[in-house]
Design a protein around this ligand. Structure first.
Ligand SMILES: C[C@H](O)[C@H](O)[C@H]1CNC2=NC(N)=NC(=O)C2=N1
Length: 96
């Protein structure tokens, strides 16, 4: 069980995640990869992390542009689990 973060903590966390923006009860990042296969590679790696953590992003795939939205649905807001997964998604995108 993870607690919903307050606005101050969310702002502070997003200060370390410049690619991510707040969107209501979620945080959002878009990434344009060099090709569709690379985008799918990112999705597959993120899927593996999400399964291991039992914490799953909403992912929109449009050719080589991915949009990730993170929110902790069970808590109805943004928690440290989302902040942590955002950082891991950045790592995957940077590695492809
Ligand atoms: C039962 C299981 O723990 C839940 O359904 C998990 C799975 N993945 C999840 N992912 C996200 N983002 N939020 C959740 O609340 C959530 N709940």
């Amino acid at each position: 069980m993870a607690e919903v973060l307050n606005d101050e903590r969310i702002d502070e966390a997003l200060g370390h995640l410049p690619q991510w923006q707040r969107e209501g009860d979620a945080i959002r990042r878009e990434a344009k990869l060099a090709s569709f296969p690379q985008a799918i590679q990112v999705v597959n790696r993120v899927a593996e992390i999400a399964e291991n953590e039992n914490h799953h992003p909403d992912i929109d795939i449009r050719w080589r542009t991915l949009t990730f939205r993170l929110s902790t649905h069970s808590e109805g807001g943004i928690t440290e689990r989302d902040i942590s997964l955002a950082s891991e998604i950045d790592g995957v995108i940077d590695s492809v």
